[in-house]
Design a protein around this ligand. Sequence first.
Ligand code: NIG
Ligand code: FE
Length: 407
Amino acid sequence: MFDLLVKNAHLATPMGVGPKKGQTLGEITIMPGVNIGIAGGKIAYVGHDEPPAAQVLDAHGQLVTPGLVDCHTHLVFGGSRQNELALKLAGADYLEILAAGGGILSTVAATRAADFDELYSRASNFLDDMLAHGTTTVEAKSGYGLNLEDELKQLEVAAKLQSDHPMDIVSTFMGAHAVPPEYKDNADAYVDFVVNEMIPVIASKNLAEYCDIFCEAGVFDLEQNRRVLQAAKNAGLGVKMHANEINNLGGAVLAAELGASSAEHLIASNEADMGALAAAGTIAVLLPATSFYLGKDYAAAAKMVEKGIAIAIASDFNPGSSPNFNMQFAMTTACLKYRLHPAQVLTAATLNAACAIGRGSCKGTIEVGKDADLVVWNCPDLDYLFYRYGNNQVCHVIKSGKIIGAM
Ligand code: NIG
Ligand code: FE
């Protein structure tokens, strides 16, 4: 007897546990009129029989996909940055705002000022809303504390949410997100602090699985990136890098050299960068909503696919460059601006995204044995999900085998 049977689903899902590259990115399984049995929070049956179940949810032939995996967010933060809109319209550049002490640093001030409960309830509300938009697993980066106490506060908020909230959360330590005001003009000394004082404590408390860093002109240079990420690796953390977002400092090549799980943004990447990422098997996490919001170029996603890189797509939800966690928007933007097909984008936002955060074996596809995270959409087929945009097309979200809510 199953706990739940989702019947008459128009199923669209990638298959397998490893990242899809090249031609295989778009090779998904489509099965109309299928029934999905769930037991103990796992997918236990996919087929055309109608086994008995304690609860039945009729999908009425609508599209059912794996829950979306948002593998790059800056979930926990204080304050908001609507003031930057007028600055942007007046021509101010993202890095200029940061260099003037605004941008990320203004969110650092607001995050330091916020107490644990405030950050927790903010982030918890975001998670509710993300689930309602079809996201069932998120990665959450710290990086708005930039001192030990406030980085720990952010990571502890994420850890408590992981135990309290239905969303699955994978934590990343990003203490090297910007140079804090206390170390202005002395980034090397801050890097010493990250390496010697922060990484060991965070690793020993098991508060993060990954370490990320902003490799960018005027933020952290290549050598500083190498020191932080090597220390993270030595402490047993996986590594990620915000690389080639605005300028190309050689971050993608370093990410490949260090065997990073992922390199993220990659807008300013060249052929050599792509070759290095492909050879290393580093996943390219692409963030189309950030290109949209910053008015920047779009990463050369189709070319990366051609080169054999596994690409993933995420929201980059944060208060500055991407104040939007709706993966549906990121996916449609990926389709239109990266010129990728819906099947390719679906894989990038589910299985490949799960692989980018070490969850390929349990998430990202609808197959027997995987976690029962799925979305029933108000869409007759996959193309429809990408064709409509701007509204929430979720009908039901099933998280760990439980129906979260009907919209
Ligand atoms: O991925 N580029 C660095 N970090 C974020 C933005 C953070 C912020 O602006 O608060 C990003 O775009
Ligand atoms: Fe980011």
